[in-house]
Design a protein around this ligand. Structure first.
Ligand SMILES: [Zn+2]
Length: 132
């Protein structure tokens, strides 16, 4: 497919769509990838975001929730039950909400930069070790 028709990695990632065509859905469930794009047939077997999305979400959510909790504590000194009431739902919102788009963005970046797991070139290794 020509690059002119390819969506940007950010647009495809935020929309949770196929990084090649931007039309097919990337996910089959909440975080489960579809086996292939329903629009262009791109095999999603290459996609492996690993723990990357969770790490970014944890850093983001920790910054937001801990920062707000500290500000509220120092300014208003509310009882602990109010902290639990405030931050419990916010934690769910700032962790589960961006998890899917973060995973989609990382997969779109992986596709656009043709990133893959590192592999040893067995031929070069055999030459270096003097094996045939
Ligand atoms: Zn597609």
């Amino acid at each position: 497919m020509a690059n002119a028709q390819r969506p940007s990695w950010l647009a495809a990632g935020l929309a949770c769509r196929c990084p090649q065509c931007g039309k097919g859905r990337l996910f089959h469930g909440f975080l489960t990838l579809a086996p292939e794009c329903e629009a262009c047939g791109l095999d999603f077997a290459f996609a492996d975001a690993g723990d990357g999305p969770a790490v970014f979400v944890i850093l983001f959510a920790g910054f937001v929730v801990v920062g707000l909790a500290l500000i509220v504590e120092f300014l208003y000194r509310p009882p602990f039950w109010l902290h639990a009431l405030l931050w419990g739902p916010l934690i769910l919102l700032v962790t589960l909400g961006p998890l899917r788009p973060f995973k989609s963005i990382l997969i779109a970046l992986q596709y656009h930069h043709d990133a893959a797991e590192g592999r040893l070139d067995r031929g070069a290794r055999a030459d270096r070790e003097g094996r045939p």
